[in-house]
Ligand binder design. Structure first.
Ligand code: PBG
Length: 324
């Protein structure tokens, strides 16, 4: 006799059932490409530790968005690299700042592209922390909230389709929601980085965004990798404060967290497959240790299977082309 599992395997192998019974779909429609946009020269500057990723001038970002659209990637997440930084992160909420200018240019050239913006101060502060640092060296939560809200408002006014606060200050989602609403921007959704871990996998990003903290680390405002109950609590708080989508970051070491947050909230969940996860695959593929295409599609499928509706990944353009 044949066991049911054997029968199922044979049917799948013959291709009769494979598509019909597949539990998880990975299509370009689920992918978001992060973009680093820089003011100044009209250039593409490669990020050494992330082969295939460049810091882009605004015109190159517009060109890149065209390629993403052709590949079927519907959305980008913008990070700005300003020409100047200061202690108050003024470039973050300057209406003529790099992110604001990039949003306007991208939306004008590609009105259908979904443009999300990272809302954080770390790329704009001279010390590289995600907020305003007090004399005693700690980040001032409430002063930072004011500046984050100004930043989000300025992104939304420039035409951002959604704002994604990644700073991890307490109460930031509520503060942003209240202030956006007060400015008549109640239709701008908030994608909250609910579970952002203090992770070693952000290394290459800090090179790309030039945002490594000049002193200390981010452990006082990012989460301990050992905790997942805490991630669920943070996510529920963000829901209460008005988040429209929740994010878990990084992705691959935290698949259980993605699953728990999805289960607990039933909101759309985005997983951020971060710079270090990308760099690992690229380095292993370059060393001939693995088949890049198969590894990337397996990893992205796994992230979707865990419960992510949306996958933010530096592999987006390439993966979308493979999937087309
Ligand atoms: C800024 C921010 C970081 C990332 C996204 N937003 C870095 C950090 O907290 O140091 C990391 C993304 C990546 O590694 O791809 N707060």
């Amino acid at each position: 006799m044949a066991f049911p599992a054997t029968r199922m395997r044979r049917l799948r192998a013959s291709g009769v059932l494979r598509g019909l019974v597949r539990e998880t779909e990975l299509t370009p429609a689920h992918l978001v490409q992060p973009l680093f946009v820089e003011l100044g020269t009209d250039s593409r500057t490669p990020v050494a530790t992330m082969p295939g990723v460049d810091r882009l001038s605004i015109s190159h970002a517009v060109e890149e968005a065209g390629e993403l659209a052709d590949a079927g990637v519907p959305a980008v997440l913008l990070f700005g690299v300003p020409a100047d930084k200061d202690e108050q992160a003024s470039g973050a909420y300057d209406d003529e700042g790099v992110v604001q200018l990039a949003v306007r240019a991208l939306k004008e050239a590609h009105p259908d592209l979904v443009v999300m913006t990272d809302v954080c101060l770390c790329g704009f502060t001279s010390h590289g922390h995600c907020g305003v640092v007090r004399a005693d060296g700690a980040v001032d939560n409430d002063v930072t909230l004011e500046l984050l809200a100004k930043t989000a408002i300025s992104h939304a006014r420039a035409g951002a389709d959604a704002v994604a606060p990644s700073d991890m200050m307490d109460g930031r989602v509520g503060a942003l929601r209240g202030q956006l609403d007060g400015e008549g921007l109640s239709e701008t959704p908030i994608v909250a980085y609910s579970a952002k871990y203090a992770s070693a996998f952000y290394g290459p990003f800090r090179e790309a965004a030039e945002s490594a903290p000049a002193f200390g680390d981010r452990r006082s405002y990012q989460m301990d990798p050992a905790n997942s109950d805490e991630a669920v609590r943070e996510a529920l708080l963000d829901v209460e404060e008005g988040a429209d989508m929740l994010m878990v970051k990084p992705a691959l070491p935290y698949l259980d967290v993605i699953a728990r947050v999805k289960e607990a909230t039933a909101l759309p969940v985005a997983a951020y497959n971060v710079s270090g996860e990308y760099a690992m695959v690229k380095a292993a593929a370059a060393a001939g240790a693995l088949d890049e295409r198969a590894a990337v599609l397996e990893a992205l499928t796994g992230i979707r299977r865990a419960g992510a509706d949306v996958v933010i990944t530096y592999h987006a353009k390439e993966a979308a082309r493979w999937l087309q």
